[in-house]
Design a protein around this ligand. Structure first.
Ligand code: IMP
Ligand code: MG
Length: 184
């Protein structure tokens, strides 16, 4: 059997076992760092959702979750436009709470800079970032990242929450998109 995604895949970058081992470590670290704190995970939709659901099951301390959706990405050029806007806000206020933003990937950094600045105005007790992937060499704005799953090279990736033209978020691994591939 062949799958629709196969023709977009150049190579597998991070397999299921490697993802799950690293997420277990992150969960353990976060559980230690936030012991006796009021932890609220804020997942950035949609890319962060697969990571969130695996990560939260590796966090052994009580915590809550909420969701934020932003748009900034220009599908045509496959990079952030730098103009970010909230398309779905949090359900609840975050004043006084310990916030950990859960993101799929940091690329230019514009999206997370906007999100952290916006959330900071709401008076959280603390505000940190956990990203599964970091394309550090593409960074255009300085941003402090507290937890990183994997540093990856400057390649367009998909799977495990990340899309290629909105598709294939369901794949259990991270793959590199074949240059020039467009999903029809
Ligand atoms: P930034 O604002 O440039 O840091 O872009 C961050 C957002 O762009 C991420 O949250 C993703 O949604 C999207 N993005 C960046 N790189 C990739 C990629 O390689 N594959 C899929 N989405 C990506
Ligand atoms: Mg994202």
């Amino acid at each position: 059997m062949t799958f629709a995604w196969e023709k977009y895949l150049q190579e597998k970058l991070i397999d299921e076992a490697t993802l799950s081992a690293r997420i277990k470590e992150l969960g353990r670290q976060i559980s230690e760092d936030y012991r006796d704190r009021d932890l609220l995970l804020i997942c950035v939709l949609k890319g962060g959702v697969v990571f969130l659901t695996d990560l939260m099951r590796q966090i052994t301390i009580p915590h809550e979750i909420d969701f934020l959706a932003v748009s900034s990405y220009d599908k045509g050029v496959r990079r952030s436009t730098g103009v970010v806007r909230i398309v779905k806000d949090l359900d609840h206020p975050i004043a006084g709470r310990d916030i950990l933003i859960v993101e799929d990937i940091i690329d230019s950094g514009y999206t997370l800079r906007y999100i952290t600045r916006n959330l900071a105005t709401r008076g959280p007790a603390s505000l940190k970032i956990c990203t599964l992937l970091d394309k550090e060499e593409r960074r255009e704005v300085d941003i402090e990242v507290d937890y990183v799953g994997f540093n990856i090279p400057d390649k367009f990736v998909f799977g495990y929450g990340l899309d290629v033209d909105q598709k294939f978020r369901e794949l259990p691994f991270i793959g590199v998109v074949k240059p020039g591939a467009v999903v029809d």
